[in-house]
Design a protein around this ligand. Structure first.
Ligand SMILES: *Cc1c(COP(=O)(O)O)cnc(C)c1O
Length: 504
């Protein structure tokens, strides 16, 4: 490091700063934490995937505000005893419940380094911003977007989708919408997505001020893709009724079964109709890294915007969502707002405009880009693509096993990494809901449920890079075993239970 340009500071009294009195102590404890967390990842298979939280553990987090100091070692012991054993379980290879990434030790280390730098990526001239721009550039290349496109890290795809809706809104109504609000014109704007679209799109329409009714849910075909004739028909009907269609959201990997809309066809329709074409590619978009999958995402390169998560199939630790916008000017027009205290310069620390705060609602932002940069560099896109391919192969393996097992029934075509199936039984909805919870409580595996044509299905989403055939086998054996137990008790125990009161 360069020699200090400053005089040595006067001795500060230790109690005045939050730095440790003894750096050696914190160093030793820090090394132990690091060892423990590396062991945690290395030995994750020895743990239950998930376990119910005992009352005394939950009660531990209803404690009084700590007014006085505690020893770091004691706080760390609380972490190991009361927090570590009771997480969701998505680091574990047996976790197939929801579309969650598994994370990596590399990502964990990078997160630690980012916390050490404590960089604020709202703006200003420092290299962390260049790291984020580097990833935006890589994403531009991966998705075949033109120069001049822009990208930004956000918490997750829910936020990226909301921002895409806002960019589409500003494009449709012009920049003055940002001062005037959506007003009468905006009240007529309508958006379109399939019935299988993620719920965050409705929420985005709500938050953006259109109301969730302004999102038209279009029926799907037998492969769970948006029905193009129905879409066309609905747009025409809306225009006749005086509405102003402005946005189509295509799904690249639906959350329930992993279907990919016909992105090419959607793009053509959007061009013809003058609509913004956004792709929700939360997990599926990174499928472009897998040679076998990439052709199925054809058309994504023509999107006006893409939302995706590195924290799912990209295996970057939470949170790491991303929004890519084809026309960077439109992106900036939607969010940039001058402020005296954020004045830009051409040199000095206030240079390097535009800043990330011009591309979204956040001012202060963390260094999510670093863990993503480390992940992309350390593994390379080929290896990350291979993990994605492998997830899909495992889904195929699971499908074959289900088809070969008369007690199980496949509930939807397996198109990507998600398998929906169920145990054949009378009162199958209740039995399968119970099986899923039984398995979760057993710690053997985690699956979740979804509704397909009104029927409850067990849903296994294979996202974690650690998942192997043995984990699939364990889940299926558990389904058969708990199914057998549930059904043998069916004869004895009355099946109809009072339904629980509706959640408030
Ligand atoms: C996970 C997911 C989302 C939401 O993304 P978050 O990162 O959880 O906010 C949106 N769409 C799809 C298809 C998803 O799988």
């Amino acid at each position: 490091m360069t020699e200090s340009l400053r005089e040595a500071p006067p001795q500060t009294r230790a109690s005045e700063t939050l730095d440790p009195q003894n750096w050696g102590d914190i160093r030793a404890l820090g090394h132990r934490m690091l060892d423990d967390m590396i062991d945690y990842a290395a030995n994750i298979r020895n743990r239950p995937v998930w376990q119910p939280i005992p009352d005394h553990v939950r009660a531990h987090f209803r404690a009084a505000l700590p007014r006085s100091a505690s020893e770091l070692g004691d706080v760390y012991r609380e972490f190991t005893d009361f927090i570590v054993p009771y997480t969701t379980g998505n680091v574990h290879p047996g976790f197939m419940g929801w579309v969650h990434g598994g994370g990596t030790a590399v990502g964990m280390l990078a997160e630690m380094l980012a916390a050490g730098l404590n960089a604020n990526l709202g703006g200003r001239d420092h290299i962390p911003i260049e790291v984020e721009r580097q990833i935006a550039e890589w994403m531009r290349q991966i998705f075949g977007f033109p120069h001049g496109s822009s990208g930004i890290f956000v918490t997750g795809t829910s936020m990226a989708n909301l921002m895409a809706v806002l960019v589409a809104r500003t494009t449709a109504l012009g920049k003055p919408v940002r001062q005037r609000g959506i007003a009468e014109d905006g009240a007529l704007l309508t958006a379109y997505a399939s019935t299988a679209v993620h719920g965050c799109i409705s929420k985005a329409m709500d938050i953006a001020g259109f109301g969730s009714d302004a999102l038209r849910h279009i029926q799907t075909d037998r492969f769970h893709r948006m029905d193009l004739d129905a879409l066309h028909e609905r747009i025409t009907r809306d225009r006749v009724a005086g509405f102003k269609p402005f946005l189509v959201v295509g799904s690249a990997g639906t959350v329930d079964i992993g279907a990919i809309d016909d992105l090419h066809a959607l793009k053509s329709l959007c061009c013809e109709q003058g609509l913004w074409f956004h792709v929700d590619g939360a997990f599926g978009a990174l499928g472009v890294l897998a040679p076998a999958l990439a052709p199925r995402l054809a058309g994504i390169e023509h999107a006006d915007s893409i939302a995706l998560d590195f924290h799912k199939w990209g295996q970057v630790p939470y949170d790491a969502g991303f929004l890519l916008v084809r026309d960077g000017d439109r992106h900036r027009d939607s969010f940039a707002a001058p402020a005296a205290y954020l004045r830009r310069e051409t040199r000095g620390l206030a240079a390097n405009s535009p800043w990330p705060c011009d591309l979204g609602p956040d001012l202060s932002r963390g260094f999510r880009a670093l863990k993503t940069w480390f992940t992309l560099k350390t593994y390379g896109t080929e290896r990350l693509g291979a993990v994605i391919t492998r997830s899909c192969e495992l889904a195929e393996y699971m499908k074959e096993r289900i088809l070969a097992e008369p007690r199980l029934e496949l509930m939807a075509p397996v198109q990507l990494n998600i398998v929906c199936f169920r145990y054949r039984a009378d009162n199958a909805d209740q039995v399968n809901a119970d099986i899923v919870i039984d398995i979760q409580e057993s710690g053997i595996a985690v699956a979740s449920t979804t509704l397909l044509q009104g029927q409850l299905a067990i849903r296994a989403a294979i996202v974690n890079h650690r998942t192997d055939t043995s984990d699939i086998d364990a889940l299926l054996s558990a389904v058969l075993e708990f199914g057998r137990q549930r059904c043998s008790s069916c004869d004895r125990v009355p099946l109809i239970e009072p339904s629980p009161p509706l959640a408030m």
